[in-house]
Design a protein around this ligand. Sequence first.
Ligand code: GDP
Ligand code: MN
Length: 397
Amino acid sequence: MNLHEYQGKDMLASFGVAIQRGIVAKTAVEAVDAAKQLTENTGTQWHVIKAQIHAGGRGKGGGVKLAKNLEELEVIAEQIIGMMLVTPQTPPMGKKVNQVLVAEDVYYPGTSEPSEYYMSVLLNRTTGKNMIMYSTEGGMDIEAVAEDTPHLIFTEEIDPALGLLPFQARKIAFNLGLSGTAFKDMIKFVSSLYKAYIGSDASLFEINPVLKTSDDKIIAVDAKVTLDDNGLFRQKELAALRDLSEENPVEVEAREVGLNYVDLEGNVGCMVNGAGLAMATMDLIKQAGGDPANFLDVGGTADAARVEMAFRLILKDPNVKAILINIFGGIVRCDRVAQGIVDAYLNLGDTIQVPIIVRLQGTNADIAKELIDSSGLNVLSATAFQEAADKVQEAIT
Ligand code: GDP
Ligand code: MN
């Protein structure tokens, strides 16, 4: 689950991470009020208006703008709120901006030039350790830095039993070329950032840029936060921040009924029980010359109600040319599943316009096949994996 920048920053601040302060606003009037309040609280004269969408690269797309007075701010807020913001990370038509973060200007002039750094916290799946990735080349495309000047990206791996050790935080501050107050501030910043990462059950933090202000403070100017869905059960407050308007509506509906569904681009819908079998089935579809339209794990209880729900979800996708049902009947016997498929098919009536290929294996598979074959419906049964693949191929060509 992803957080908006303003939500991520609030969460970071609650762990003691220094952030660029801001107030979220849904209208231009609210934005002006927010700006006045920020000036009162922070003394800032200028403000940045930042589009809140679940995508990066907003600055480049015109979703982050500086306002030097309240008139300017109102015009900019008017412009950004409601716009379809296109960035390298959004779909081509962009994403609708429903709210903006009005933030204090932190690039004010002072004794030194502000510097932008890059910092992320994530899991290295190869070593099984969290790591902090950081670079002096912040504020820009980190992918480009990785491509052109990979030696400017550092990583610090963290032993899960020991946590982030003080010498590691010092090393990071040192590698970023800091000294004096900024050096001490960076140590505090890194330590609290890692505490926040562990404390929020996050799977990714990306802070780009981390800013050294002209008066040597270290603060988070941006915050991309991804939380581990498996930890949300014990992160009730964070889980409540979910913005459903940012998510795929079919996936939202699937989650509500307890189905594990991920929308994909392809033309063959699949309905499977068990994540491993689902992966294998997606490979099978690929081999048959198709492309999976979704990942769908109906779980252990493939009864008529669930099968029907799964059908409904798959059929919402206009690209689907065929549906492959591949279910292993263990505790749930195959004949039960087959009956569920037939019942669901009859319930859905005319909504099903595409061929359905069903492979049931396991307890009572033969009875199940019999049931499908004699149903008189546009459902093809298959016993072997290859046979199912061939029938899928036939259906889509
Ligand atoms: P992103 O483009 O989606 O990554 O959004 P960011 O939050 O990183 O903001 C984009 C850029 O806006 C930053 O890299 C800064 O250059 C600029 N920016 C952000 N905050 C301020 C600010 O307070 N003052 C000024 N002048 N520029 C800012
Ligand atoms: Mn950024």
